[in-house]
Design a protein around this ligand. Structure first.
Ligand code: 2F8
Ligand code: CA
Length: 119
């Protein structure tokens, strides 16, 4: 971990909160360079990327660790809607804990959180 960076420890993981906004891919790359990966949170103070996308196959949502999105999901009402056919990355966009996710264009710049699990 780089000493200037702020990581928060919670339940056997370290969490890093971004201080800039980036597209989904660059957010994930930032995490990977930190030996971490893009995390998901149920809600946050701003719109924020989570580690979930359907870029490989439209409509098949997959976590960055390769696991499929199971029955546990928190899509907002009418989401994911793949608006204009260009929304393949998931964000937190609402304070509603049960309906907080939206799919958005991956190149949009948003905040993100990295998770580094303690081995
Ligand atoms: O109403 C939901 C809809 O809101 C926006 O589109 C108007 C979002 N677009 C972006 O974030 C770019 C849609 O993803 C969302 O479905
Ligand atoms: Ca959407």
């Amino acid at each position: 971990l780089q000493s200037q960076e702020k990581w928060i420890y919670f339940r056997r993981s370290f969490y890093y909160v971004s201080s800039t906004r980036k597209p989904w891919n660059e957010s994930r790359w930032d995490c990977r360079q930190k030996d971490a990966d893009l995390e998901f949170v149920r809600r946050w103070k701003t719109r924020m990327w989570i580690g979930l996308s359907d870029t490989e196959k439209e409509g098949t949502w997959t976590w960055v660790d390769g696991s499929p999105l199971g029955s546990q999901s928190y899509w907002a009402k009418s989401e994911p809607n793949d608006a204009k056919g260009v929304e393949d990355c998931a964000e937190i966009h609402s304070y509603d804990e049960q309906q907080s996710w939206n799919d958005a264009p991956c190149q949009n710049e948003k905040d993100w959180i990295c998770e580094r699990r303690v081995k």
